[in-house]
Design a protein. Sequence first.
Lengths: 110, 159
Amino acid sequence: AEGPLARTIRTKLTAALQPSHLQVLDDSPRHGGPPGAESHFSVVVVSGRFAGLSPLQRHRLVHAALSAELAGPLHALAIVARTPQQWESDPRAPPRPPCMGGSKHERDAA
Amino acid sequence: MNGVLRAAWRVGAASARGRAGRALSQAASESGGAEGGGGGSGSREAVERLVRAHPVVVFMKGSPEQPLCGFSNAVVQILRLHGVEDYRAHDVLQDPDLRQGIKNYSNWPTIPQVYLNGEFVGGCDILLQMHQNGDLVEELKKLGIRSALLDAEKDQDKK
């Protein structure tokens, strides 16, 4: 079942980018969080709106759609952003880096 | 190429696990907090100095010797594949002001962040893409850095 943040991400990206293909994955369990933590996500967004945009510009569009979440509970966001033609010629996302327990190494807030 | 990356990530992850790590609270969040104060380590001026200090500057969690985050480690391993070992790396976990300041500076919400010639290039995903499509070799060349992968290709041609 998709958690509330996953649903929000899906709704906002759909509204902002009208994707032909959209995958929203909660990676939080792979980053040491408990089930349902909803802190680390990866998204695959396929949209004609990315045409002519550099990777940086594409990622900024995705960030803009999720700015409230990124300022809040969304701790990390991995992005694959392709045009429909690009996705058709390569419908795969690159391998995700393994977790290295980063958030466990953070200092307590002073 | 993905096989090489997976192998590199295993190397980084193994070295991290080998350390005795302190289990600290996961309280610290990435949410927007106070802006870096004037003159503080997170101020625009301070960040500007850091990104201009070297052709390759990385803001990450942990260090190149001991990355503390899979995405930060991926950046380190990609640079290593290209033979780039001389660069400035800043551990944002050591400096909360810098951690917020670098996000304000680039208007980019996450760590790691890669700067080439003082210009923000992107995070781990973008660097990976640049590595896979050959753009990183070209960008390094513009900085006067010859990617090790060019020599690797030359060696293969000689066989």
